[in-house]
Design a binder for this molecule. Sequence first.
Ligand code: HGY
Ligand code: MN
Ligand code: MN
Length: 422
Amino acid sequence: MIGEAQRKALRIDGARLMRRLDELAKCGARDDGGCNRLAFTDADKEGRDLVIGWMRELGLTVAIDAIGNAVATRSGAEDGPPVMCGSHIDTVRTGGRYDGNLGVLAGLEIIETLNDRDLTTRRPLAVGFFSNEEGARATPDMMGSLVYVGGLPLDEAHRAVTIDGKKVVDELERIGYRGTAPSPGPAPYAYVELHIEQGPILEAEKFGLGAVTGVQGISWTEVTVNGQANHAGTTPMSFRHDACFVAGETIAFVRRLTKEMGGAQVGTVGAIDLDPNLVNVVARKAVFTVDLRNTEETLLQEAEARLARHLEEIAAAEGVTITTRRLARFEPVTFDARVIDLVEDTARAEGHNVRRLPAGAGHDAQMFARVCPAGMVFTPSVKGISHNPKEHTEPADLEAGANVLLQVLLTLSETDAIPERS
Ligand code: HGY
Ligand code: MN
Ligand code: MN
């Protein structure tokens, strides 16, 4: 047990946290200072091996499950479900060094801070990283945490195929992370995730930290357009069934849709493949992704319905066939009010000006909200940039976030701020 005065006086070692962040950033390092650790790749394995080595050095008991999630537990004076923190260490192809990594390495820094002082918490603590949060190489995103909480059958996740044509289960075998820990995993007492905001709000409004209220709804669709290859010079325009034209019109439609709907509606066409993708051939096939998000479920459904109508109309007009495949679909999530309050109160008590805000990106915390009280702490992102090697958060903000996470975790582990679930 750790008394209140002793708890409140605890601080993490910011320099040590920065050293680990810099060390992990060397795994899958890009020439431009970013990270490329797409899920289940060799670079991802390198990052996993490094972080699990740290977990073991800190004396934690590491459990790896069949989708490659790693949960490292530190015993408490009492048994029972741990107070858990964590995030992900996979990145997108143009990743930065803080997205996901901060939540995992801040957790390890908190463990080391307690180890340094030989302090034992009342409840056990756990730090996890969850596989394929990004969903960029294989969908859905938050794949590992969704399996962990029982929201996606393990065999369905194993059967998923990566964008480069590999089965997830084969990639897990290949990198040695098809573990044996039970799946779904045991529900923690509570789950709190520290993450960079990845957007411009905290910086623009000069807030030091964010108490995250929830996560907006996410809708990912793959659209396949089958037209007709033809000669770019000899084919009259009225004769064409041009898959690339349909893709282009749809990309423009998605942008118009967000303008017309306004509010929180966002839409992105991020990936596109053309066949045969040649200068003098009318494209016979286009495959592209549409990412729609909104904080309101009914509005997200409206956006999806308008996209479907657009595709129907343009298929008829251009004489092509269009099929769609759902890649991911999550309704908006609201975090436990008591965790939101605790994050906000703790940040204030630590002297930060904090505001509440929803998360624009998906996060593992939204999956844990299905099985336990969950919430998040946001740190500002410089210029709101993320999924970009230029992603940056000031070390002082990273340290502030980690110290708030430390205090939130200890309040949860040492008190009944959130009573045990009956
Ligand atoms: O796409 C997302 O929101 C997250 O980065 N997986
Ligand atoms: Mn993330
Ligand atoms: Mn991300």
